[in-house]
Write a protein that binds this ligand. Structure first.
Ligand SMILES: NC(=O)c1ccc[n+]([C@@H]2O[C@H](COP(=O)([O-])OP(=O)(O)OC[C@H]3O[C@@H](n4cnc5c(N)ncnc54)[C@H](O)[C@@H]3O)[C@@H](O)[C@H]2O)c1
Length: 406
């Protein structure tokens, strides 16, 4: 594979190296021809992650098929689909400051702390107005004020018929970005996707696609029955705490160093961290993050992972500490400490960029049910935990080329 740097698109000032498997160069089976392609996305929960995703669509609008090494993108093109082909056609929120506004304005509203890598004044109107979704359990009691939740009976806010809005907007894919602990809200939007005929991407740690929760319906079977694809659960950031921790665990395993115990502490200052102050909303988050790391090791080890504190003045920054206590040759201890500092929301948007485009290929191919390759690569809690992330990336490449069914 050639490694020549390509001319970066207008407005993209730095060029970065990509890894060996490049999805953009693969000939996709099931891709549309020509440049009039479009991927119609709906979003539930227009918070920090959605702001990063929406800003990214604008930031990378000039990327062309032949561009290769673009900062921040794992894959400028996925099977011929470029960032500019993604269009947000519907958005659902409970924040009264965002409801009724164009998405272009709502993605900068309080309490969003995502950096403005596209200045608000440069973001063109989308024509998509944010609609009021049902609150359900999306908002913890301590978050009502912070999220500016609309009051029942507020004459300025009319809760919408989510399924009808999705249908009217001709949305193809619904992305769920509700807060951690949204058991009911996540299922409400999954059902809405089913009823409106949309593929469903579950970015949050609610187990909908990856496993069947006791007493819950078999969501994967429902999506399959309606001829729709689904992918989840709990998005894995581009270079985030989970992938780094997994890589370290794999390194210890491959080099014969036993992991005696390990922990990952995370602090942050955005609403995701503020919401997670409530331990009772965190059960699936801890499970998702912990299993992502322990699944790499073929033996039991002591492991503690999760959000550790809310530090308001960090805003969108997340700080992560990973500690690995290993035992090496002759029973001698080996210790590794890693500290990472990152803007949390943009770190996940690049991954969602790829899932959306892979799901579009699945829709073109009329595939239904779980999309296992992209899930193994992109989610902390996928149906199949891959033996390594390099292998998962290979699976995605094979899926795009039509060599893997899902
Ligand atoms: N790197 C990352 O940022 C990352 C990684 C993995 C998972 N996630 C998950 O993605 C989700 C979104 O993260 P975020 O940082 O954007 O959080 P956020 O707090 O910024 O956004 C959540 C949004 O959901 C809205 N909301 C609440 N209840 C709703 C409902 N019933 N219907 C519609 N909207 C509702 C809130 O008003 C808020 O705007 C969280 O569950 C988070 O844990 C994020």
């Amino acid at each position: 594979m050639g490694k020549k740097a390509q001319t970066p698109a207008k407005g993209i000032d730095k060029i970065a190296e990509r890894s060996e498997v490049s999805l953009g160069e693969l000939k996709a089976v099931g891709a549309e021809a020509g440049d009039h392609k479009e991927i119609r996305i709906a979003i539930a929960g227009l918070g920090n992650c959605a702001s990063a995703l929406a800003q990214g669509i604008e930031y990378y609008r000039d990327i062309k098929e032949e561009d290769m090494y673009i900062n921040g993108l794992m894959n400028p093109s996925v099977g011929g689909y470029l960032p500019k082909h993604m269009k947000i056609v519907a958005a659902f929120e409970v924040n009264a400051l965002k409801i009724g506004k164009d998405v272009a304005e709502a993605i900068y509203c309080d309490p969003i702390t995502t950096p403005h890598f596209v200045p608000p004044e440069k973001y063109p109107r989308t024509g998509t107005v944010v609609q009021a979704g049902p609150v359900l359990d999306g908002v913890a009691p301590h978050m009502r004020e912070r999220f500016h939740v609309y009051e029942d009976g507020d004459p300025k806010v009319k809760p919408c018929d989510v399924v009808q809005v999705l249908k009217d907007a001709k949305a193809e894919i619904l992305v769920n970005y509700c807060p951690v602990g949204s058991f009911k809200a996540a299922r409400f939007y999954a059902q809405a996707a089913l009823d409106a005929g949309c593929g469903f991407i579950n970015c949050i740690p609610e187990f909908i696609v990856s496993e069947r929760v006791a007493g819950d319906k078999d969501w994967v079977a429902e999506f399959k029955a309606r001829g729709l694809p689904c992918a989840g659960d709990d998005i894995k950031s581009q270079v985030g705490a989970t992938i780094m921790h997994r890589m370290l665990a794999k390194l210890f395993l491959d080099r014969g160093v036993i992991v005696k115990d390990t922990y990952q502490l995370n602090i942050g200052g955005d609403t995701d961290f503020e919401n997670m102050k409530m331990e009772s909303r965190l059960v699936t988050k801890r499970k998702s993050k912990t299993s992502a790391v322990t699944s790499v090791l073929p033996y039991e080890t002591k492991c503690r992972i999760g959000p550790s504190d809310f530090v308001p003045f960090l805003l969108g920054k997340k700080i992560c500490y990973i500690r690995m206590n290993g035992v090496t040759f002759g029973g001698v201890p080996l210790e590794v400490d890693v500290k990472m500092r990152v803007e949390d929301a943009p770190n996940s948007a690049g991954v969602v960029f790829d899932i959306i485009r892979v799901m579009k290929l699945a829709l073109n191919r009329k595939l239904s049910g779980r999309l296992d390759s992209i899930a193994s690569f992109s989610f902390k809690h996928p149906p199949i935990q891959p033996p390594s992330d390099v292998i998962a990336k290979q699976w995605v490449a094979e899926f795009i080329e039509g060599k893997r069914e899902r």
